[in-house]
Ligand binder design. Structure first.
Ligand SMILES: [Zn+2]
Length: 387
């Protein structure tokens, strides 16, 4: 009997030690293999492009998933695509940090269900709480605020128009500060409970997309099965978001959901990270019709920086999509929406953004237009739309 207990005890301790060691080493291995960069920094651009980049007052990016990984964002990491030192080095004014809570096994662009999930195993090996999607979201919200607290004043999480205004005025005196705001990728993060819209809002979330890679209680994902529009629950969630002045992100939503949202509200809507069918015709990307509708709403289209969204592996492909979108709906509705650290391989990390300026110059964009695309449009949008 005694021997059996001893054996069980040793086995348990052995398992715990292995688990502990796994939480130390495995997350970094997974992070590195999911968020690769085609060309490592430093990046070479012409003097003209670099000077223009350096003169930009406000640079913004509408989408990155850096919080999903167990990475110290206060460190200038030698892997990954975004961290706070890199934001400072790149003179970025604001970065949106979006939260992924569930992603299907064998994730693809065409057909996924919500039956399986990769994030449970990822969270488990990261030593994070796996029990509820709302709790997973709150965990990532809290880590961003903690990075802010531990950054010696260099990084702020923006959650209101007033905070944003104060930040902008502080930044006029001191360029060596940067900021982020929180978004959610897929409102299954609500655990099916309308009350959790308020809970996520109270935890700092200011932007939310109804669906991610699979259909959920709100409606259909563009990568799901049903192609459905908003359910009654989905409509309630959108209405609650409008009440709270949360930004509605239609990235990954089924075309029918986009139409339904446009019917519910005339508030500005955004697509935080997308390509456009006009330069890269796939199911993920926005049609001309929806690009025009976003512009009509007074919203923004954040153009992504990875191959599957822009059908190319360099800055040229992203700028081609920017040019197409600007020509179609006007340059005042175009922004950057990289999808850095979103389990995609990008041409460069965030310090490579001057390469975008270089390509914009090549396509004949004026300095004023480049300023707008690189961040002024987002600045104006947040000033008008944050609660
Ligand atoms: Zn995404």
């Amino acid at each position: 009997m005694n021997k059996a207990f001893k054996l069980i005890g040793f086995t348990l301790i052995f398992i715990l030690v292995i688990y502990y060691l796994a939480t130390l080493f495995v997350p970094k291995i997974i992070d590195k293999s999911h968020n690769k960069i085609r060309t490592n920094a430093p990046y070479q651009v012409s003097e003209k492009a670099q000077n223009l980049y350096n003169s930009l007052d406000f640079i913004a990016d509408l989408h990155c998933d850096a919080l999903l990984w167990k990475r110290n964002l206060l460190k200038d990491n030698d892997f990954g695509q975004v961290d706070i030192p890199k934001l400072l080095k790149s003179n970025v004014g604001i970065q949106s940090f979006t939260i992924v809570t569930k992603s299907p096994k064998g994730q693809n662009f065409d057909k996924n269900t919500g039956e399986s999930d990769n994030i449970t195993a990822l969270y488990l090996v990261q030593g994070r709480p796996t029990n509820s999607l709302t709790k997973r979201t709150i965990y990532q919200c809290e880590s961003l605020f903690e990075f802010g607290e531990d950054s010696n004043g260099k990084f702020r999480v923006i959650s209101s128009g007033l905070e944003f205004k104060n930040y902008l005025s502080d930044r006029k005196q001191n360029k060596n500060i940067t900021a982020g705001f929180l978004g959610v990728e897929g409102a299954h993060a609500l655990d099916g409970n309308l009350k959790n819209v308020q809970v996520l809002f109270d935890n700092g979330v200011r932007m939310m997309a109804p669906t991610h890679f699979f259909d959920n209680k709100l409606g259909g994902s563009v990568h799901g099965i049903s192609g459905a529009g908003l359910t009654e629950f989905g409509k309630e969630v959108i209405k609650k978001m409008i009440k709270l002045n949360m930004i509605i992100d239609i990235a990954h939503a089924s075309p029918q959901i986009i139409d339904d949202i446009l019917n519910i509200t005339d508030r500005p809507i955004v697509s935080s990270h997308t390509g456009v069918k006009g330069t890269c015709d796939n199911v993920r990307n926005l049609s001309d019709k929806h690009l025009k509708a976003i512009a009509n709403s007074g919203g923004l289209v954040g153009i992504a920086m990875f191959e599957q969204a822009v059908c190319g592996t360099d800055a040229t492909a992203t700028v081609k999509a920017i040019k197409y979108t600007s020509d179609l709906i006007g340059v005042d509705h175009v922004a950057l929406g990289s999808d850095f650290d979103g389990s995609v391989t990008t041409p460069f990390d965030i310090t490579g953004l001057p390469l975008i300026v270089e390509e914009l110059l090549k396509l004949g964009f004026s300095e004023k237009e480049i300023k707008m695309i690189m961040g002024e449009n987002v600045k104006l949008f947040l000033l008008n739309n944050l609660p």
